[in-house]
Design a protein around this ligand. Structure first.
Ligand code: ADP
Ligand code: MG
Ligand code: MG
Length: 251
């Protein structure tokens, strides 16, 4: 499914190499976590996969199924089934949450050659999914993320994800700033979406999210590379000992 090979990325307008050869394969149905110290390039990896401006790929490849992601526009990547939930969800004043969701869902369906949902069908689905995330109808009517609390924004992103039914979901520090209850809701939302056809990349600083979203594989990233890969026990090791020992091992 997601296949990243020897990915090298630098800042576009500065001579600064950020990713220095990332290799990562996430098969269908698996949940992989990336942990690592601040500044190691975790967010850069998710930005580059989503096609954000400001970065230059100097070497390597990234593909999703048969699609060469690096050759595609951000909208094309989304249509191919890539979804990113960001550390800082954007606010969109003037656009109602429901309108935004419906436009996104129908654009996605169109790109996949499927028929648009009628407003009745759409409302039925969105209400059902919102309920599971404890998002009330008032929140659905407000402008996207405007005045939402941190927890509401994150739950709203999971709602977007649930509506778009992506193949590959990337969550970049979706847990940061969440209280325990909001984190559990987000984790349950993610778990409800787990399926043999869908994969997740969960970027997190903290092991506690991984108590709720059990990863199949954990990667440790440092200084633009994945320096260690293991099972869920690797996250526990980081929680207990910090990154110091792992970084020392690599030298
Ligand atoms: P992480 O998410 O692991 O904390 P980031 O990907 O945010 O790491 O950052 C990796 C490194 O690249 C950091 O040193 C950061 O300061 C730098 N960096 C990333 N994006 C930019 C940018 N747009 N301008 C300047 N430096 C950047
Ligand atoms: Mg950071
Ligand atoms: Mg980051």
């Amino acid at each position: 499914m997601l296949n990243i090979k020897n990915l090298h990325v630098k800042l576009e307008d500065e001579d600064k190499q950020i990713l220095k050869g990332v290799d990562l394969t996430i098969p269908a149905g698996e949940v992989h976590a990336i942990m690592g110290p601040n500044g190691s390039g975790k967010s850069t990896l998710s930005y580059v996969l989503s096609g954000r401006d400001g970065y230059e790929v100097t070497d390597g490849d990234a593909s999703l199924d048969e699609h060469d992601l690096l050759d595609m526009e951000p909208e094309e990547r989304a249509a191919a089934g890539l979804f990113l939930a960001f550390q800082y969800p954007v606010e969109i004043p003037g656009v109602g949450n429901l309108t935004f969701l419906r436009t996104a869902v129908n654009a996605q369906r169109k790109a996949r050659g499927e028929e648009e949902l009628s407003s009745g069908e759409f409302l039925k689905i969105v209400r059902e999914k919102a309920k599971a995330l404890q998002i009330d109808s008032e929140m659905l009517k407000r402008p996207v993320n405007v005045g939402f609390s941190g927890g509401e924004k994150k739950r709203n992103e999971i709602l977007q994800m649930a509506m778009l039914e992506p193949r590959m979901c990337i969550l970049d520090e979706t847990d940061s700033g969440l209280d325990v209850d909001a984190m559990r809701l987000v984790a349950e939302g993610v778990n409800a979406l787990r399926s043999p056809e869908r994969s997740f990349l969960v970027i997190t600083h903290y092991q506690r999210l991984l108590d709720h979203i059990k990863p199949d594989v954990v990667h440790i990233m440092s200084n633009g590379r994945i320096i260690k890969t293991g099972g869920p026990e690797l996250a526990l090791e980081v929680e207990k000992n910090g990154y110091g020992d792992l970084l020392a091992e690599v030298g």
